[in-house]
Design a protein around this ligand. Structure first.
Ligand SMILES: Cc1ncc(COP(=O)(O)O)c(C=O)c1O
Length: 403
């Protein structure tokens, strides 16, 4: 029985009319038995699809051993996961938490603490337009959307916002306030902001300026990391290393987990009692994440993400030729955004992205929006096959014909 979602739930998610019950691979089924091909993936989370047998088995085995230990004690799965993550990335140390915003909150607190210890004015954070770093008071203050920030005043201050991919703007900001900057936070590929890929120049300059002004460079890879970009992490394509990196979403393959990764020098800024999390490093979550990273850090796996990503981009471009529906198609790996053209405006001038999503849903395809509801976002499971990808394109073609 599906309740009216407005009866039981606080209204922050709006009305939800579909109740998902079970899934297998790239497909998910609702309580009415309707099947969907899922190109939203629980918002870029279920990257190995639904019910991956390796993850399910690992979870079941761990469930019989121990679930929660608190951080008063070590547990084997979180120690193993720390090893898996540090051996595969720039990082020397990790902090585990349960979500993306918690990982960012930890990174920002660490950077502020370090800055304040250098000098009491060194607490400014540089962020970017179009950014999304989470919904806590601190992380939403760095986000690009004014409507996310405005209702929650007063917000944390000492924040400078620079236009995304505007290297000159970043240089100017540092010319003005560089000595006060404790951190720069960037998504190498912005997800929620409309799928915008950072230019190599921007990341290079951010690295250079962070070094020059003794600030920490934070990469938020919560959406674009864990195989989504076609590399294990998106930064790996840029030959630039951050001081801190945050990761969540795909890390747990659907099990809630987040983490902050740090190089040795940055990690020194937190000592006992400076930060914490009751559930962070939970044994079940860490067990699943260990399996996820082992599956993903494989040349064949990542090559499939790249090949399927290229095919998806080509097929979207062909659809655009047929329907003239997108003003831009952008992305990388298996994260793509299609900017809807003006013919998809309603009478009030709003983009009809959500109407389009409804049509796709009715046809059996789950998609996401990004930007201001004017970008169709594609984040299929990274295990997607060519046949499934072409099935999604056919469903999309039918929705476009009908719009
Ligand atoms: C880049 C980025 N950072 C942070 C977050 C926040 O993650 P969570 O919703 O797990 O708190 C998100 C979520 O969409 C994200 O895409």
């Amino acid at each position: 029985m599906l309740m009216d979602s407005n009866q039981l739930f606080i209204g922050n998610y709006g009305t939800r009319s579909i109740c998902l019950e079970k899934g297998q691979g790239a497909y998910v089924q609702d309580t009415n038995g309707k099947k969907y091909l899922d190109f939203g993936c629980g918002v870029a989370v279920n990257s190995l699809g639904y019910s991956h047998p390796t993850l399910v088995n690992a979870l079941k085995l761990q469930a019989d051993k121990i679930w929660h230990t608190s951080n008063l004690y070590l547990n084997q799965p979180s120690s193993a996961l720390a090893q898996e993550l540090t051996s595969r990335t720039f990082a020397d140390k990790v902090f585990f938490c349960n979500s993306g915003l918690e990982a960012n909150e930890a990174a920002l607190k660490l950077a502020r603490k370090r800055g304040n210890e250098i000098n009491p004015q060194k607490n400014r954070i540089v962020c970017f337009t179009g950014a999304f770093h989470g919904r806590s008071l601190f992380t939403l203050s760095l986000g690009g959307k004014e409507e996310h920030r405005k209702p929650y005043a007063p917000l944390p201050d000492a924040i400078t916002r620079v236009e995304f991919n505007n290297s000159a703007g970043l240089q100017e900001a540092f010319n003005e306030v560089g000595d006060d900057v404790c951190a720069v936070i960037i998504e190498p590929i912005q997800g929620e902001g409309g799928v915008n890929v950072a230019s190599p120049e921007l990341l290079k300059l951010a690295r250079y300026l962070s070094d020059e002004y003794n600030a920490l460079l934070i990469f938020d890879e919560i959406q674009c990391g864990m195989g989504r970009s076609g590399g294990l992490f998106a930064y790996m394509d840029y030959a630039i290393q951050p001081d801190l990196m945050t990761c969540a979403k795909g890390l747990g393959g659907g099990f809630p987990i987040g983490c902050l990764l740090a190089n040795e020098a940055a990690a020194q800024s937190f000592s006992a009692g400076n930060h914490g999390s009751t559930f962070g490093g939970n044994a079940l979550a860490a067990t699943v994440a260990c399996e996820v990273i082992k599956i993903m850090d494989d040349d064949k796996f990542l090559a499939n993400v790249q090949t399927m990503g290229e095919l998806l981009a080509e097929e979207l471009a062909l659809l655009n030729k047929e329907f003239n529906c997108f003003s831009e198609i952008r992305g990388k790996g298996l994260l793509w955004g299609c900017q809807l053209t003006d013919k998809y405006l309603d009478s009030k001038g709003n983009k009809k992205g959500s109407k389009f999503l409804e049509k796709c849903r009715a046809a059996g395809l789950l998609l996401l929006l990004a930007g201001s509801g004017d970008v169709l976002r594609f984040a299929p499971p990274l295990i997607i096959s060519k046949g499934q990808l072409m099935e999604a394109i056919e469903l999309l073609r039918n929705a476009l014909k009908d719009f």
